[in-house]
Design a binder for this molecule. Sequence first.
Ligand SMILES: Cc1cc2nc3c(=O)[nH]c(=O)nc-3n(C[C@H](O)[C@H](O)[C@H](O)COP(=O)(O)OP(=O)(O)OC[C@H]3O[C@@H](n4cnc5c(N)ncnc54)[C@H](O)[C@@H]3O)c2cc1C
Length: 657
Amino acid sequence: MLRLLLLLLGKVLVSSFSTPSFSTPSIYHRGDLSALSSSATDAIVVGSGVGGLTASLLLTSLYDRSTLLLESHPTSLGGVAHTFAIANRRGQFIFDAGPSLLTGLSKPSLNPLRQAFDMSGTTMPEMIEYDGWQIHSFGTREEQGVGADVDVGSAPQDGKFWLSYKMSTSDFSSSVHQAFGREAAELFTSFTSTILSKNNLYDASGGIPPFALRGDKLAFVTLASYYLNLLRIGPIMGNTLTGTFRAVYDRLVNSDNSDRLVENSDNSDNSSPAERFLRNHFDYLSFALSGYDMARTQAAPVAYMVGDLHLPGANINFPTSGGAIGPIIDAMAEKIEQHGESTIIKGTTVTSLIMEGGRCVGVNAVDVRGEMVSYRSEGGVILNVPIWSVPAIIRATINETAGDEKRALNEKLVNALFLAKTSKRSGSFVHVYIGVPVDDDIDIEEIHHSVIMDWGKPIDAKQNMVIISIPTVFDSSLAPEGFHTIHAYTAASDDFNEFAPFLKDEERPRSSEDGEFADNNCYKNNEYSKLDEYNALKMKQAQVLFDAIERVIPDIRERVKHDDAVVEIGTPLTHRRFNRRAFGAYGPGVDEDGEVWTLLQTGDLNIPGLFLAGDSTFPGIGIPGVASSGTIAANSFVGVGEQLREIKRGRKEKILQ
Ligand SMILES: Cc1cc2nc3c(=O)[nH]c(=O)nc-3n(C[C@H](O)[C@H](O)[C@H](O)COP(=O)(O)OP(=O)(O)OC[C@H]3O[C@@H](n4cnc5c(N)ncnc54)[C@H](O)[C@@H]3O)c2cc1C
């Protein structure tokens, strides 16, 4: 049993954190920075990404803790999930900087963000429910896995051609049948049916809500509410869920045991077209989720996604107004600030921790005026920042500490440096944000498109996959009349190091014998050096985005020449600067041996009163994942009795499984 828990929770269970006691929170007033600086709140959360917002939402509105949320960005909340506007004489173009594909939010579900809303009594914005997205893929018949029963017309000289099909949540097997043939559709159906069958991988992956987890050994007590689910999962299933999805694929498709789905298959290029299709498809889904193919993506989130996309009633969600993520971020911020003793401050970058008696009791920061400010907290601090930004904060803390405190902290620093160094990170992004006139000549049916540039290459090859979102398909108010907004990006497959030489010396990530770490104050400007060369590289790297958009709007390169068109290209440096993401990274990477992610847990820094959250911690990248990490961090702030009371209520009200 212990082994299973450890497998499921990793190191969540081994933190040395002890539950803090709380004094009556001090009351302070919004906008009164000096009063705020000297008073103490129950909790400080650093970073308003979805992870930090979820932690703050639950601390304030579920657990009634006074909370101060500090955000470095001067104007936007949400981290990579922020919304921004570009205006010209035609009006405003509203863009989602990052995520726009959301599931399980429109009604009560297993999605941890939806559960955080429901548990805290926060109203989810009204949502459109829709049926999927379009995939465009390029390659030969063999590379794409197109069966002999599909007529692809006259093959061009090199045998490569484009396929376009719908990733439909209601009837994907029909799309597969049409594009890849009968065998592919049958294999897909039997594969997903096995995953979705009772007590199989999907059930197990969603068996334990993050509300039952916490960052200390008392997790045994809160998990006891899910004893039966844990028993059902069992050690073998636990092992499978924490292994790679490739292992699941191999077991179900290639094994010679009773789970076998097809005969005589293997991993080589001799595999049947149907297997090639299935492998491509799950490599693609894994890559969209984690930035890696299925051989380096954990099975649990992929199994969960299979249910999210293919169970009866599955659908995708988009708010009826305001863009994909902005209304969700606004709803969370509004609710947090309704808690009379809590507030959110933007433009404030945390630079170091305040330590007392070996415990973290607050933070030092630079505020929007460039002045040093300090904030104290009775209960501790949640750092919802990428792990690669943490060593600089600890380094500065050491410099500001003396005596025994300093000696003790030095060990923590070594630990934090080690963790940051060994926490692998994925690649970065090139983005383009476009506003263009689109007339009746162009029929854009789908809001989302994935373009796989060449199945002759691995899915994670540089710039091989482009994701496109055209939110004005659903909400024309996001652009001036007659215009569409488009966001396209290469997901996690662009190289930060290619662009790093254009940073000014003082803004480059530091190198040391321990490795490279971002400096927290490196986001001041965009005056890159060798600007002409930078712009040339930027244009060169963005071409693939236009090539991909041509699948949807064939004359996009002409349309962007319109006088009132908007075109903004973002490089890995832009991604780093606007999102405060060290190295412009998407999120955590995988171990050298290519196995699954080694993910940090909320208490891993082993500094009492300090917790980690966000996408470099368990369970990883994605809106559901970071909402889980924020939930686990918030639970760690309260006593077990309080957490158990909420689990009981959540189950009674059918909010939690
Ligand atoms: C382009 C893109 C598309 C995506 N698409 C999807 C999708 O469709 N669906 C999905 O589920 N997921 C998607 N994801 C993944 C998902 O958006 C992220 O995993 C998640 O939003 C990360 O949230 P976070 O809270 O961990 O971190 P972040 O969003 O990085 O938030 C961290 C916050 O901390 C702040 N900060 C950093 N340092 C400091 C400091 N020292 N002091 C104060 N503040 C600080 C930053 O400014 C930032 O606001 C996408 C991600 C990207 C980049």
